[in-house]
Design a protein around this ligand. Structure first.
Ligand code: NI
Length: 163
């Protein structure tokens, strides 16, 4: 197991559509272990493969009692609306208020390649949507109006320069 380096905005891989996961083998399991370790180390609740520099449709999460590995994730149903704070390890956890569906149903494959569906509400639904977006090359700041997006990026750059 190893902690991987987290890819940060505006690295190109974060904006690319991920390639499908095709091999469900020991290598994938080891990768998922690294992703969990990297996520816990960074005190995040979700981490997608592009965030460690891999152009792959894969994420892990442990949020509100839902711990899972999702390969080739898709959001198959959403309902309602919630407005709340969100942040991303690739944007220095700078928070911003984002409106998303209240409920989301995720369809994905586990580390063995078995398809499953899982429904979540509130914070965990937000994680499903945020991480699936990463697999599609989309960052949460793209849900913000331009002025607020620019503010998040500005603050992220400023905080980064202090590190
Ligand atoms: Ni993120």
């Amino acid at each position: 197991m190893a902690i991987r380096k987290i890819t940060e905005y505006p690295e190109e891989v974060l904006g690319q559509m991920g390639k499908p996961v095709e091999k469900f083998d020991a290598e994938l399991e080891a990768l998922c272990e690294d992703m969990f370790e990297t996520m816990y180390d960074a005190e995040g609740v979700g981490l997608a493969a592009p965030q460690i520099g891999l152009n792959l449709r894969l994420f892990v999460m442990d949020c509100d009692g839902i711990k899972l590995i999702a390969a080739n994730p898709e959001i198959v149903h959403t309902e309602g609306e919630q407005t709340g704070q969100e942040g991303c390890l690739s944007v220095g956890k700078v928070p911003a208020v984002v409106t998303r569906p209240m409920k989301a149903r995720l369809r994905a494959q586990d580390a063995k390649g078995e398809w499953f569906e899982k429904e979540a509400e509130g914070y965990a639904a937000r994680a499903f949507l945020h991480e699936t977006d990463h697999c599609n090359g989309k960052l949460f700041i793209e849900h913000l109006p331009k002025m607020r997006r620019d503010m998040v990026v500005k603050r992220f750059r400023k905080e980064k320069s202090w590190r």
